[in-house]
Design a protein around this ligand. Structure first.
Ligand SMILES: *Cc1c(COP(=O)(O)O)cnc(C)c1O
Length: 345
């Protein structure tokens, strides 16, 4: 008997998909215009599975931005890879190409790019850069369901796009995640790794399957996504139009991109921390305060991966987040704008 014919328990199928999971994955493929989708238990699982799909092994180097969140860094580390922090650009959260060139070594085996809070990046440039060097490009789009670049979903500009549908994300199933790819080999490996190696006794894998109950929730949440995106864009535009403060403005939107507005980003020359503290005191929450956001190498748990990323430091120091929600009333939006306009500086 050939080893490839060896099946541990004939009739048992680790791919045993429920109809709702298949329906959900088909709906995601259609919405994001992707060839393949694997639904998963979380955004964390999506990043781990994507790295496994591109073949990351212990000791390989994975580049990510110093302005990324801890929840991107931890799944990378859990694969046994070494983190390499590279700088983002001065005016947006996309990785800086000159910095990437500097971070590249023979051990670089993947890049994980994280467009923050739903704001786009000049995705074509990094896609081209990575493709020329044959380095798999993974996007962590946990904030970016609905973010567009050049009229296409941001997920179209990378090899594997990872999403979280955890309850704080704008497209949510409570907990959950998925990945999208157009690459059949990556899809097969992602599917196998997240479904216990298909229990074929040859391949290694664990269980990251999404619950069918959450898949059903995902189908209805996805149906509401276009309206939610429109409302969030309108609400963000309404706040921006009412801001009349000499030192506060929206973070520059990358030309050609349409943000999903997971949050509205404001920049202040006087420092984002002071503005965030003021806003929190006035009752407007800020992710900067809530999650205590720093460049990743400044957290004790990541001190080992020290780096020098002045752009990430500048962006995180000058930027603060404003909550956007499809259910805000015009009065609440006006109230937020008034509080922002009254910022004493
Ligand atoms: C939420 C989030 C994650 C983690 O997703 P979970 O579903 O909570 O595991 C990863 N990356 C980013 C950018 C996130 O916002």
């Amino acid at each position: 008997m050939d080893i490839t014919d060896f099946v541990l328990f004939p009739g048992m199928d680790a791919l045993d998909h429920s109809a709702s999971v298949t329906d959900y994955e088909n709906a995601l493929k259609k919405y994001f215009n992707a060839a393949y989708c694997v639904s998963l238990t979380s955004g964390t699982a999506a990043i781990i599975v994507a790295l496994q799909a591109v073949g990351i092994q212990s000791g390989d180097e994975v580049i990510t931005s110093a302005a990324a969140p801890l929840c991107t860094a931890f799944p990378i580390l859990s694969t046994g890879a070494e983190l390499v922090f590279s700088d983002c650009c001065r005016t947006h959260f996309g990785l800086d190409i000159a910095g990437l060139q500097h971070s590249l070594t023979r051990k670089t085996k993947a890049i994980v790019e994280v467009p923050m809070w739903g704001y786009g990046i000049p995705a074509e440039a990094i896609e081209l850069w990575a493709a020329e060097r044959e380095i798999p490009l993974i996007f962590d789009l946990a904030h970016c369901a609905g973010t567009q670049y050049n009229g296409l979903p941001l997920s179209q500009f990378c090899d594997i796009a990872c999403f979280s549908t955890q309850k704080n994300k704008m497209f949510s199933t409570g907990e959950g995640g998925f990945l999208l790819t157009d690459n059949e080999a990556y899809y097969r490996r992602a599917l196998s790794y997240s479904r216990m190696g298909n229990l074929n006794g040859i391949d290694f894998g664990v269980n990251y399957r999404l619950s069918p109950y959450l898949a059903e929730k995902g189908i209805s949440a996805l149906a509401e996504l276009p309206d939610n995106l429109n409302l969030r864009a309108q609400q963000s535009q309404s706040i921006i139009a009412q801001i009349d403060h000499p030192a506060v403005r929206e973070l520059e939107v990358v030309p050609g991109s349409i943000p999903s507005y997971q949050r509205l980003l404001l920049q202040s020359d006087q420092g984002g921390a002071a503005l965030a503290s003021y806003l929190v005191k006035e009752g407007i929450p800020s992710d900067m305060k809530k999650y205590n956001i720093w460049p990743l190498y400044e957290y004790p748990v990541l001190w080992k991966y020290s780096a020098d990323c002045p752009n990430a430091e500048h962006l995180l120091e000058t930027t603060t987040t404003i909550p956007v929600h499809q259910r805000y009333t015009p009065e609440q939006l006006a109230q937020m704008a008034t509080i922002i306009n009254n910022y004493p500086y």
